[in-house]
Design a protein around this ligand. Sequence first.
Ligand code: SAH
Ligand code: F3S
Length: 453
Amino acid sequence: MNRVYIKTYGCQMNERDSEQVAVDLRNRGYSIVPHEDEADIVLLNTCSVRDQAEQKAIGKAGHLAVRKRKDPNFVLGILGCMAQNRGSELLDRLPDLDLVAGTQKFHRVPDHLDNLIASMNGQGPRPSSIIDLEEEAGSQNTINAHKPGERQVSAFVSIMQGCNMKCTFCIVPKTRGPERARPIDDIVAEVEELVANGTREVTLLGQIVSSYGRREIPFADKKSPFVQLLERLNAVEGLERIRFTSPHPRGFKDDLVQAYGELSKLCEYVHLPVQSGSDSILKAMNRPYTSGRYMELINDLRAVQPDIHISTDIIVGFPGESEEDFQLTCDLFKEAAFDMAFIFKYSPRSGTPAAELEDNVPQSVKDDRNQVLLRLLEQQSLRRNNSLVGTVQEILVEGPARKGEGMYMGRTRGFRKVIFPGSERLVGELVPVRIDESSVTTLKGQLEIVGVA
Ligand code: SAH
Ligand code: F3S
């Protein structure tokens, strides 16, 4: 009765939340299983950012509901963003759901499951669905633990929840609520514990990390709370690499740019969502910067760190996006020379300001623009990867590669994936690898034997 399968949709934040739920459930005596067939309880941790993501989870829940009808002791729950976004309306659509828990309620999941199971066993009132979607002060501080005894070479660390930006297309402020930061000391303690368990790299997560702590924590020495946090983490002994996702161009001030020159562990990689290269579309999106300002920021970063790898998010087909607007996005895409990008087709989200506008770019045009940018991305990514052939890169070895006997996988500081012949004892180590082959997504190489001429 206590085997749980958790399926996660969406972003890294969701992955991290699922990891926390798994830790909490294990501590409560549940076991986490890798396949849904083995599970008595299935939890879907969901995403609302685009309609497609919601439809996928609803479809899955529909299938699982069939099983629930055959086996009344089977427990089915929906967690996270779609739970928050759709709330009790989900029950109209999926009356067999046992649990609907929002984005501030992950830590309540063990209690809810205990109660559901107790009532199914006849030890409590007749089971009815549990819906838990309230805001909860301090909930950001509950995403703080990792699997004990299990080494994560690279780990996610949630530093804040929510977003106050109100981009007109975005459902996240509704699903994740207002910005709430965790204290610096708590985050440092979490990272120190990870490092004691063998972690070498952390990726700091938040919807808008450049705003981290701006209400709670004062500037110190002209440095924003986020840069103060980076400095503290840079000093953690045994930690080798720091990454974060995602900052906002608006909050990306000079102290953060300079951090790339000053903090040795901050990797030469930044994911900086631009969304569009057209100033009028940026304005309609309520993204408070111009393409010119964005390029300035990119150039400032390259001045401090010439080899920095830059990735971005782009939305094509926002209401009113003309051919000229799209062309400006292509121009910026080339000028910024992005070597990674997530390109999304605009999807109206009910309740957001943009949903009031007519979704007037035809699907076929969205598809075309998406393809154009994907092709550009392929070219740029390949060009960048080709430029690394012949160089020796510092690789953090994460584990065996999915394919190929004796092959191991790691990443460069610039976040490029590298496959090379290695061995188990290298996992968690930083090793020099000479790159001898490249494709759009992957580099291949050989360990560089230091000291042999
Ligand atoms: N600041 C967040 C953004 C979350 S949404 C972060 O941590 O990255 C991730 C990306 O999804 C956004 O940057 C945007 O490019 C895309 N997106 C958000 N809402 C969208 C919508 N309604 N339609 C299409 N893409 C969307
Ligand atoms: Fe969404 Fe914009 Fe915040 S994309 S998460 S409202 S910065």
